[in-house]
Design a protein around this ligand. Sequence first.
Ligand SMILES: Nc1ncnc2c1ncn2[C@@H]1O[C@H](COP(=O)(O)OP(=O)(O)OP(=O)(O)O)[C@@H](O)[C@H]1O
Ligand SMILES: [Mg+2]
Length: 447
Amino acid sequence: MRLSRYFLPVLKETPAEAQIVSHRYMLRAGMIKQASAGIYSWLPLGYRVLRKIEDIIHDEQQRAGHIPLLMPTLQSADLWRESGRYEAYGEEMLRITDRHDRDMLYTPTAEELITDIFRANVSSYKDLPLTLYQIQWKFRDEIRPRFGVMRGREFYMKDGYNFDLTKEDALHAYNRHLVSYLRTYERMGLQAIPMRADSGPIGGDDTHEFLVLAETGESEVFYDSEITDLKFGDREIDYDSHEQCRAVLEEFTSRYARTDETHDEALFNQVPEERRRTARGIEVGQIFYFGTKYSEPMGATVSDGEGNQVPVHMGSHGIGVSRLLGAIIEASHDDKGIIWPEGVTPFHCGIVNLKSGDEAADAACDKIYAALRALGLDPLYDDTNDRAGAKFATMDLIGLPWRITVGPRGLKNGVVELTSRRTGESEELPPEEAVAKVAKIYGVAQG
Ligand SMILES: Nc1ncnc2c1ncn2[C@@H]1O[C@H](COP(=O)(O)OP(=O)(O)OP(=O)(O)O)[C@@H](O)[C@H]1O
Ligand SMILES: [Mg+2]
């Protein structure tokens, strides 16, 4: 993309309504624009990151054997009356009446609809296990939407649902989700710690929330500092293996880590004092096992192969897709702007032309741009006539992890500059080597 042809409405001034850094930077970098309280338009730069995050989630879900589908945002209240949640959900549910006076609602989550799809189509244990998921907009009429996309009213969420014959199988699905979530967040450059949580209106006993530590987080968290040393990394895992998935769950949940809702002072005090930590965290996901809470009232049963009809064991598993943008920025920024982890960056590399209009500089930039694109990478080339200082400020604000700076003076010596946004370190090298280095960072092979 050439900046002169892009739509990147960056703001010089810090918008007064933004209280936390991620909200400020998302507005200043032209990523989002508020449409009404807690509801945002996703401008091109923000939309690119949203899609990157979505891609990683799809990839990791399908690696774990889960199947994508898409359900509507507007649902009939009748289904929710079957489970009893139409009355129970409260004011967060946006209720709508259509022209025929039928009660509808904007989905805050989708256990009922997915259970309806299941019961209409699956009747035998032979079709299990089954996990279906979607990435779809949700609406919760939050009393105090704030912090930009962190607590919106309309927000983008991955929600997955497992259907299993037995409790044991459903707990395997739970463990499998935990593993896939660990991989998902790490690919986004995040450490998200599974913490024992409270189930809220979804219901059920077994549940963990994934929290990203950040001063601006809304949850108070208590944990054993050893937990922050754990890393899933690039280990291989067989998602069908109950043992392997359970071992990961045990590794990542055996140390004390709880949110204020489930915090137990006596248990916490058993952690050696020097390892006890109290901090704040952002909830970026949650997994639940709730057994037959929905399958029983809604009649989602299968034949068990021994002549019985039994309700299936279920769980649901959510990731806050739009909230993740805020969480990643809270975890990765400095006073100049965002610092995107490579896995989610909207463009892989910036190209700054220090003297647009200079023949040699223009030609070198075009060549670098074409070479990066030929490798399947997306560079953002600042080909405008702005001053160098303004170009650097924009690149720093929007946070591309790598920048190639091209100017007539360097080119006379046959070099350009490659700069890391994270460390600020620069090195001078020939243009082809700068391209090769960026290719290597992103793990793409040069032909
Ligand atoms: N209002 C919201 N705005 C943005 N993301 C949200 C919002 N509510 C929930 N999420 C995200 O969706 C994920 C799954 O939804 P879940 O039902 O677990 O939310 P929740 O526990 O009610 O969230 P919270 O406690 O923050 O209100 C959450 O882990 C969170 O990351
Ligand atoms: Mg939750």
